[in-house]
Design a binder for this molecule. Structure first.
Ligand code: GDP
Length: 447
């Protein structure tokens, strides 16, 4: 996601990093780069201008804190301002106090509207009983596509009778159907067009009038850049949108729509589609997005993932050992086991805060099966060795290699991993949102 933009920002930050003091010129050069990076990412010109000005005003006026370097301070200001333009307050999907809640899904053809309707229905099915309704009767395959996707997702479906051609009639009939089937959430998948046209808007306006929706969600393809923002603006003017769903953020999306939709079209981005699978839908979070863009990694996302994928994550114990500044081999073993559960390492690594890491890790061996050997090596150590890895010298290394069916070289690697992890854990203990300290140490961990 946003690889090019991320790389540009990483370079800007790296150029500021070593400086003990920032001159107005340093800030000027950095901001020119930031501006260029944002324009290349297809962010709306006016949004870029406002953003750069806001950063400049704060960066030159700010008194430098003792705890961080001036470069880090500029990074922190940039981070804050990015969040501000994307919308600091989260914009959650809302549910009517008077059921059924109706959501109208609108958008241009091919944007991912049908897919998003089912993704959202599935997401909501944890606490509701959603019904997806096929109101796109112009594209012959659309009804069938929605029916198949809904079935796959285990979500209730309602569609037209054979020969029915009035989408408004289908939408109206879905209300008693929902009541009969105890569905409290109705998602209307409306028709799309290849481009904005008056006919489509009129049809949607009529539907809005007859079946007042609680949310009108516009689905836009983030790969279309500034056009996506323009589409959002026009739809918002005609229909009054409650939110935008940006799809295909997993592809080559350059970042423009994610950054500018709120500021340039006046609508918050509520959700993002990150893949073709039904579960690939995330809540849009400006903080998380800013972290990703700035290469600080998606720490929050990683933490959430950790929580979700482990039931027995021994956070308390790790915290305790950190407090005592003791990180043992047993702790490393625990971490490796957690990592194994997290799934593909490259996805996990993308979320870690490592400026420059996306580049450094390209082509690195991220084979989860290697963790197996590290585990075997630690398990071949005695209790005493695990607690005090410093004592593991030549003969002990040979014994451990033999015991685990590996080589002395691999034992050395695990010991080096341990040293690095120890440093990382120390940094996590001290970490604050503005800190980049973990970065370097994490870089080599999985090579
Ligand atoms: P509609 O015409 O707006 O209803 O669009 P569809 O829901 O049929 O989606 C068009 C294409 O985009 C399909 O091939 C989807 O699988 C694909 N698609 C939708 N959302 C995403 C996404 O978030 N990521 C990716 N990679 N593909 C998506």
């Amino acid at each position: 996601m946003f690889e090019a933009l991320k790389e540009r920002f990483e370079n800007v930050l790296a150029s500021l990093k070593g400086k003990g003091k920032l001159t107005a010129e340093d800030v000027g050069v950095a901001l020119r780069e930031v501006r260029r990076a944002l324009l290349e990412a297809d962010v709306n010109y006016k949004v870029v201008k406002d953003l750069v000005e806001a950063i400049k005003a704060r960066a030159t006026g700010a008194s430098v804190l003792n705890s961080i370097t001036p470069g880090q301070q500029v990074a922190a200001i940039m981070y804050e301002e990015l969040i501000t333009i994307m919308g600091r307050d989260p914009a959650p999907i809302t549910i009517s106090p008077k059921p059924p809640t109706v959501f109208m899904m609108v958008g241009l053809q091919g944007a991912g509207k049908t897919t998003a309707a089912v993704k959202l229905a599935r997401r909501m099915s944890k606490s509701h009983k959603p019904l997806v309704v096929a109101c796109d009767l112009r594209r012959p395959a659309a009804v069938e596509q929605l029916r198949v996707l809904a079935e796959k997702a285990g979500v209730a479906f309602f569609g037209p009778e054979p020969g029915e051609s009035d989408p408004l009639a289908v939408a109206k009939k879905s209300l008693p159907y929902a009541e009969d089937h105890l569905c409290d959430l109705i998602l209307l998948d409306t028709a799309g067009r290849l481009q904005l046209d008056d006919d489509l808007m009129a049809e949607l306006e009529a539907m809005k009038r007859d079946i007042p929706p609680y949310e009108i969600l516009l689905v836009v393809d983030s790969m279309t850049g500034q056009e996506a923002v323009e589409v959002s603006r026009v739809f918002n003017e005609r229909l009054g949108l409650s939110g935008v769903i940006l799809t295909k953020m997993d592809g080559d999306a350059r970042g423009g729509p994610a950054l500018a939709t709120k500021a340039a079209a006046g609508v918050p981005v509520k959700l993002v589609g990150t893949g073709e699978r039904i579960e690939d839908l995330e809540v849009f979070d400006a903080k998380r997005m800013a972290s990703r863009i700035m290469g600080m990694g998606d720490m929050m996302g990683l933490m959430e993932k950790l929580e979700r994928s482990t039931t027995e994550f021994d956070a308390e114990r790790v915290a305790e050992s950190l407090k005592k500044n003791r990180f043992t081999m047993d702790d490393l073993l625990l971490h490796l086991q957690q990592l194994k559960k997290l799934g593909p390492l490259d996805k996990v690594l993308e979320m870690l805060p490592m400026p420059g890491a996306s580049k450094a890790l390209k082509g690195a061996n991220l084979d989860v099966s290697r963790l197996k050997y590290s585990e075997a090596i630690i398990q071949s150590m005695t209790k005493k060795e695990r607690r005090n890895p410093e004592i593991i010298k030549g003969s002990r290394r040979r014994r451990i290699a033999q015991g685990s069916g590996t080589s002395v070289q691999m034992v050395n690697q695990v010991l080096a991993q341990y040293d690095q992890m120890k440093t990382v854990m120390k940094s996590i203990g001290k970490m604050n949102p503005k800190s980049f300290k973990m970065a370097g140490a994490l870089k080599n961990l999985f090579k």
